[in-house]
Design a protein. Structure first.
Ligand SMILES: [Zn+2]
Length: 139
């Protein structure tokens, strides 16, 4: 999968909006690890199911070496979402838009990835919650 540093300008495809990258991890680059609040995980689960920005092909997790996409059973019925097949785009309170592969959920759950605090705040806000406390604890 293409690697982009967190909060670098998004350039995966042509988009009229200015967006920042989050969660485009690669096995060849270090990434920030830590604890992520359950509210963020739950918000991303919802966003994974409701957002459909299909990417070209399926990206596999480089840390698992699984050679197959991970399937996430959504919160609604038996909705199955292929992690690595789509992007999540979230706009934060300050109007900044973040673009993340939906694999970000897998990275958080399985690889202790800790996304930028502002992205986590935006995710929680996108599902209608308002967090007044910190949602991440970087190791
Ligand atoms: Zn993995």
């Amino acid at each position: 999968m293409t690697y982009y540093p967190d909060l670098s300008p998004y350039a995966y495809d042509q988009s009229p909006r200015d967006m920042l990258n989050v969660g485009w991890l690669s096995a060849e680059h270090r990434y920030s690890k830590g604890l992520v609040d359950e509210r963020v995980v739950n918000a991303l689960k919802v966003l994974c199911v409701t957002y459909e920005n299909q990417m070209r092909g399926i990206h596999h997790c480089e840390f698992c070496d699984a050679g197959r996409p991970f399937v996430f059973g959504g919160p609604v019925g038996d909705t199955k979402v292929l992690l690595g097949s789509a992007e999540i785009r979230i706009t934060g309170a300050d109007g900044i838009c973040y673009a993340a592969p939906n694999l970000v959920l897998h990275y958080i759950l399985e690889h202790q990835y800790c996304p930028p605090e502002e992205f986590c705040q935006a995710a929680v806000r996108a599902v209608g919650l308002e967090a007044t406390d910190e949602l991440t604890l970087v190791e």
